[in-house]
Design a protein around this ligand. Structure first.
Ligand SMILES: C[S@@+](CC[C@H](N)C(=O)[O-])C[C@H]1O[C@@H](n2cnc3c(N)ncnc32)[C@H](O)[C@@H]1O
Length: 288
């Protein structure tokens, strides 16, 4: 186990977000309950098919098709685990989450091919995976307030562990938000960022793409990188509109203040991706 210094967001901070209640997220996520950026294709596309396309892109990028055993780090409500088993013919999947309610939700439909653990990747001791995927979790692997050197240490620790779990040539498909660095934030963007850090995702941090790649040095080679900020703007807009359409039900689940905060957070994210304050990296890594 690593010391706390280089751990990312605490279990409490993660539960603050993901344990709000499965019923709340069901109201505005697509039917696979995927809570990460979709991969859109054309103006007529819908969220559910864009999420399926993304799951396939990441699974195939990791060369998970037909694999014996695949690890999903930060498995959420299990959409990728199910895709791996049902669509990619994977024999066994292991999913890690810090949220007990996510695991309970998966256990409602999963059979013995699914092994879902409430466990930090830093405490995961198994190995022998053919492929690894991780979508929308890397943002939680370092904390707001860490120095660049501390973040890099945390990211290096993560990549070293993934490397140890894979055979030579094995792949890790990673999707994460990244901090846009092309121009300074405006006042509104700074206010929105602070609101998100304080109220929505405590203790998390958006890594610059350079730090993700540097963290992987000496563990992985980069095969491909895509930056898809417009895909995340469109995904956040779809989530925002779905939540707004079911506002009354959502307020009954979590209260008016939380729903107002989520609507603000989702519309702030649309703006941040459109302005390129945030990017969305999909990186295929290969163990050398
Ligand atoms: C935004 S959700 C993404 C879920 C899923 N990958 C998807 O695309 O729908 C982030 C997930 O990462 C998990 N997580 C965050 N930090 C983690 C850590 N250190 N170890 C394992 N899982 C973690 C959370 O519990 C949550 O399931």
């Amino acid at each position: 186990m690593h010391g706390d210094r280089y751990r990312g967001a605490s279990d409490t901070a993660i539960r603050h977000h993901y344990d709000l209640g499965n019923a709340f997220y069901e109201l505005w996520l697509d039917e696979s309950r995927t809570y990460s950026c979709a991969l859109w294709d054309g103006p007529g596309d819908d969220l559910a098919s864009a999420q399926r396309r993304k799951l396939a892109y990441m699974a195939e990028g990791a060369r998970a098709t037909g694999a014996g055993r695949v690890l999903d780090i930060g498995c959420g409500w299990g959409g990728m685990l199910r895709h791996l088993v049902e669509e990619q013919g994977v024999g066994r999947v292991v999913g890690l989450t810090l949220s007990p309610s996510q695991r309970s939700s998966i256990e409602e439909w999963a059979d013995d091919r699914y092994d879902v653990r409430v466990q930090n990747w830093a405490d995961h001791e198994d190995g022998g995976y053919d492929a690894i995927v991780s979508l929308g979790a890397f943002e939680h692997f370092a904390r707001h307030g860490m120095s660049r050197a501390e973040r890099l240490e945390a990211y290096r620790a993560f990549f070293r562990r993934c490397r140890g779990w894979l055979p030579p040539g094995g792949r890790l498909a990673l999707q994460t938000n990244v901090a846009g660095r092309a121009r300074p934030l405006d006042r509104r963007a700074v206010g929105d960022m602070m609101f998100i850090i304080e109220k929505i995702f405590p203790e998390s941090v958006m890594p610059p793409l350079s730090e993700v790649v540097e963290g992987a040095e000496r563990s992985f080679d980069v095969v491909t990188v895509r930056n898809d900020p417009d895909h995340y703007a469109r995904t956040c807009r779809a989530w925002h509109d779905a939540l707004a359409a079911r506002r009354a039900e959502a307020e009954r689940e979590v209260g008016t203040e939380v729903v107002a905060d989520y609507l603000r957070y989702l519309s702030a994210c649309v703006r941040q991706f459109e302005r390129r304050d945030l990017g969305l990296a999909r990186i295929i890594f290969e163990r050398v």
